[in-house]
Write a protein that binds this ligand. Sequence first.
Ligand code: ZN
Ligand code: ZN
Length: 208
Amino acid sequence: QAPSNFSTDFSAAGTYFSAGEGESQCSYSILVKCGHCDKNLCDVHFSDHRSKFQTECLNLLSTVEKDAKECEQVSAKLQPWKAQIKNLIEFIGKKKEHLEKLLRATEQRLEQAAAGSSRGAETEGLKKSLQSFQLKEAKAISDRLKAATAEAPKLESKAFGSPPTSEQKKEIEACKSKLDTVIDTATKTCGGIQNNPIAANNCYVSKP
Ligand SMILES: [Zn+2]
Ligand SMILES: [Zn+2]
């Protein structure tokens, strides 16, 4: 039983009939059913068709094999970078934690120092009330100052270093720029950072 699109007009024997996908069928009567596409083909066109498919497969194989080799090389290049990036993130994470603790401790000392400075301003009041024999007021101020002084930690300037010198500031800037260079190099070497296509789509969709 010939398929419906197969010509039974024998006057057209040997002529091609388009099967719609660039394949041709002819009206030779010895038919072979092709396993890959279910088309009925004559011996001549079947072997032609088969070798075309084989060539296609060979091309596909060589493309896939070449791609696989490229991918292995890409992995070999990226794996050690991944390790370096993770290592750097861990290092920066620990240092950031340390710096945040240092910031909190420094802020706390600054608050204590500010409180100590403002106690200094109250001494004027105590002096004045002593001079004018306002002893009740002097007692109140002195009680307050005594309690505050007993509570407050002693901050001695000699326990601390100097404000950052221009050399130290330069060192910090150099360190930042070195880190910038390292991260830039890693970014370029690893093929850069692509924009997330899903995020980009969402962004596009959300536009009116
Ligand atoms: Zn086929
Ligand atoms: Zn044929």
